[in-house]
Design a protein around this ligand. Structure first.
Ligand code: FAD
Length: 305
């Protein structure tokens, strides 16, 4: 119930204005978001790399409604990739991007063209791109763009969401040689017709999808903070005799930092998803929806203004 309310607020411009004008919300935002500009993103990447973690960087922005905004997003990714190369961080950092930030909602070809240009920049910098997955109305379009990008950039990664009923089939489709698939539970409010609703059903789907990916020839990226799923991931790695460099665990910046370091110290590849940028509102509200304790922290910060 609380999750539905917060996810609805994530789409409300009125609530967004209220939150953005609350000065102390910045402290809470900083827990999950690296900062507003490229320099801040690079600084956090360096810190995480020093702690033995790999990184994927996400320039926040999902309400792109004009070609100018889409172009600005592409420009920022190109700038970021150049800066990562210059700082010699492309060995540890890749980028994640949302096609909606590149114009997918109003011009799919434009989004593809921008994504292609970002893949060119990533390849020149010596790293790669993973396409985030958004609500279910965009899944087919995102997977089509992915397939086309992979023709020229075969390491381009995709995200699949275990809460969608279709995802086991998508896993089978994508569990191919060299194919990088980030498996997460899914963060959007989806109707029952397309998505499992109970935590148990979503977890069971996650395990079925993980079995498909971990037993296949691709490169699974297990994106979860759930201790039981992480333990099952470790178990499957042993069972399917996967070398440490053939899969990875992934978690969000600011969430279970100690666990990220613990897994890295055990020799696993652990990648932290680091968002940065000025458009943090939708991202942060989804994080709050995931854990009521985060909401309490946020409300405390607002009420102590
Ligand atoms: P949960 O059951 O939500 O959490 C398990 C436990 O983890 C909780 O009990 C708590 O201890 C801890 N935890 C989880 N979330 C938080 C939090 N916010 N703050 C503090 N503790 C927390 N979703 C998409 O829909 N599309 C994407 O492209 C996408 N990309 C992602 C990329 C990465 C690298 C990661 C890690 C997640 C991504 N997600 C994406 C979000 C994902 O779908 C889930 O919403 C999110 O990861 C929470 O699910 P969970 O597996 O951690 O399990």
């Amino acid at each position: 119930m609380l999750r539905s309310v917060i996810l609805a607020a994530a789409r409300s411009a009125r609530v967004e204005r209220l939150v953005e004008t609350a000065p102390l919300s910045r402290d809470v935002v900083r827990r999950f978001v690296a900062g507003t500009d490229t320099a801040a993103a690079l600084g956090v990447t360096r810190q995480l790399a020093d702690a033995g973690l790999a990184v994927t960087l996400d320039n926040l922005g999902e309400d792109t409604v004009t070609p100018e905004q889409a172009q600005a997003t592409r420009d920022e990714y190109e700038r970021l990739l150049g800066a990562l190369a210059e700082a010699e961080l492309t060995g540890v950092a890749e980028v994640s991007l949302k096609l909606s930030a590149l114009g997918q909602r109003f011009d799919e070809k434009l989004a593809y063209d921008h994504a292609y240009a970002i893949c060119v920049a990533a390849s020149a910098a010596g790293t790669t791109v993973t396409l985030d997955m958004e609500d279910h109305t965009t899944t087919d379009s995102t997977l089509e763009v992915l397939a086309r990008l992979r023709e020229d950039f075969p390491t381009t990664g995709a995200v699949l969401q275990a809460y969608l009923r279709r995802t086991e089939d998508d896993c089978r489709e994508l569990a191919k040689d060299g194919s990088r698939v980030r498996l997460c539970k899914g963060a959007y409010k989806e109707p029952e017709a397309v998505a499992y609703q109970s935590a148990l059903d979503i977890d069971l789907s996650y395990v079925r999808c993980m079995n498909i990916l971990m037993s296949g020839p691709g490169y699974p990226m297990l994106a979860t903070h759930d201790p039981r799923l992480i333990a099952i991931g470790e178990d499957r790695a042993k069972w399917f005799e996967r070398a440490a460099d053939t899969f990875e665990f992934q978690m969000l910046y600011g969430v279970r930092d100690g666990e990220q370091r613990r897994l890295a110290e055990q020799g696993y590849v652990v990648r932290t998803y680091v968002p940065y940028g000025t458009e943090w509102y939708g991202y942060m509200m989804r994080r709050l929806a995931e854990k009521p304790a985060n909401m309490a922290l946020f409300l405390r910060a607002l009420s102590s203004r």
